[in-house]
Design a protein around this ligand. Structure first.
Ligand code: NAP
Ligand code: F7E
Length: 324
């Protein structure tokens, strides 16, 4: 039985990746922060909490990482922990850098100290392309991040490449474009929209305040994207891969899909709120996943419309039950 360590186990991707690895016969060690309240809702949602060995540590604390790595001796480490909300990264740039940039370096250092043969996955992001240099972004597109989050992720990305080149480590970076699901955090725009649409439909909310609805994203389903993480670590050589659908849609059109599905016209509810605009915006992203298709045999299976409907259905169920 292979052992995998996942940092960020309580997040959206951590939960889906754990589910996927468990189905594939792995022992899963979940690295999570000690908090004053229990924070395993996503693992509960997938019904896998009891199948994971949860262990506490913080990615900014190298000693906790070394201890856990030494104790469990994982074959694969997936570094998904991050302060991942772009908006917050302007309010907490130092925390974002400590967690998202230096945190990744801590994981790499722990592997180097404990056992450099451990395979490593870094959660890189399309936010590194930021102010895009090519209409469709691939592995060789130059980077220009637009937020403290994007800058932090770029540092972690290059550290991953550097540890691969310096120490011959099996270190891969997945450059993942936006991916969502019914367990996406409520602050991200897709989930904010599906949750609010459900509340509006059920008479619990009147309006939905949004920022720049002309921004465009290449949105896929998290379930598809965690498969790609695992495939990267099974590949013959460590490498970096863009994971995307190759299609882009505006926030406006994504809203329309969600509200239409509930028989509502989004124009009657959406209020543009200037305070939600970002200091520097990533206007448009479209990824080219050809390298992943060719070398990993990976392809996105779930389209945006199907995913948004799944998210609306899940939110209708939850809001109906909890009335919030
Ligand atoms: P998420 O839901 O925000 O999850 C982030 C995880 O990191 C949570 O489990 C969080 O724990 C944990 N974390 C935060 N600070 C930590 C610390 N100091 N020590 C240990 N753990 C800490 O993010 P996600 O959407 O699953 O994304 C997973 C990874 O992929 C992130 O690195 C993200 O930046 C990256 N990424 C995401 C996307 C996307 O579209 N989803 C695209 C590209 C890359 P708590 O629950 O305690 O907060
Ligand atoms: O914003 C616009 C906003 O916060 C998408 C993270 O997982 O994906 C995510 O980052 C777009 C932006 O995701 C609202 O300005 C308009 O243009 O859902 P988001 P993100 O910033 O693209 C990348 C790949 C990651 O790596 C990140 O970790 O939607 N937008 N109005 C809004 N966004 C939010 N959140 N809220 C609004 O009200």
């Amino acid at each position: 039985m292979k052992t995998a360590l996942i940092t960020g186990i309580t997040g959206q991707d951590g939960a889906y990746l754990a589910e996927y690895l468990l189905k594939n016969g792995y022992e899963v060690i979940g690295f999570m922060r000690r908090l004053s309240t229990i924070n395993v809702e996503r693992l509960d949602y997938l019904g896998i909490t009891d199948e994971i060995i949860l262990t506490d540590g913080d990615i900014t604390d190298l000693s906790s990482m070394v201890r856990i790595m030494d104790k469990y001796k994982p074959a694969e480490v997936y570094n998904l922990a991050a302060q991942s909300f772009v908006g917050t990264s302007w309010q907490q740039p130092i925390l974002t850098s400590n967690v998202t940039a230096i945190g990744a370096l801590n994981v790499l250092e722990a592997i180097r100290l404990v056992d450099p043969s451990i395979k490593f996955y870094q959660a890189s992001t399309s936010e590194m392309f930021g102010k895009i240099k090519e209409t469709i972004q691939c592995e060789t597109t130059p980077f220009h991040p637009r937020s403290p989050y994007g800058v932090s992720k770029l540092y972690a990305h290059w550290m991953t490449v550097n540890y691969r080149e310096s120490f011959n480590m099996f270190a891969c970076a997945g450059i993942l474009f936006n991916h969502e699901s019914p367990i996406r955090g409520l602050e991200f725009v897709t989930r904010k929209v599906t949750h609010s649409a459900a509340r509006i439909k059920l008479g619990l909310q009147d309006k939905l305040h949004l920022g720049n609805i002309d921004a465009k994203r290449d949105w896929g389903h998290a379930k598809d994207y965690v498969r790609a993480m695992h495939l990267m670590l099974q590949h013959d050589n460590p490498d970096d891969f863009v994971i995307a659908t190759g299609k882009t849609t505006s926030v406006r059109d994504m809203c329309k899909i969600a509200f239409d599905y509930l028989g509502l016209d989004y124009k009657n509810y959406v209020v543009i709120d200037k305070s939600l605009f970002r200091p520097a915006e990533v206007e448009i992203l479209i990824g080219n996943p050809v390298k992943a298709e060719k070398h990993l045999g990976w392809k996105a299976e779930v389209g945006l419309e199907e995913m948004i409907k799944e998210m609306v259905d899940a939110d209708m169920k939850r809001v109906n039950l909890n009335r919030r």
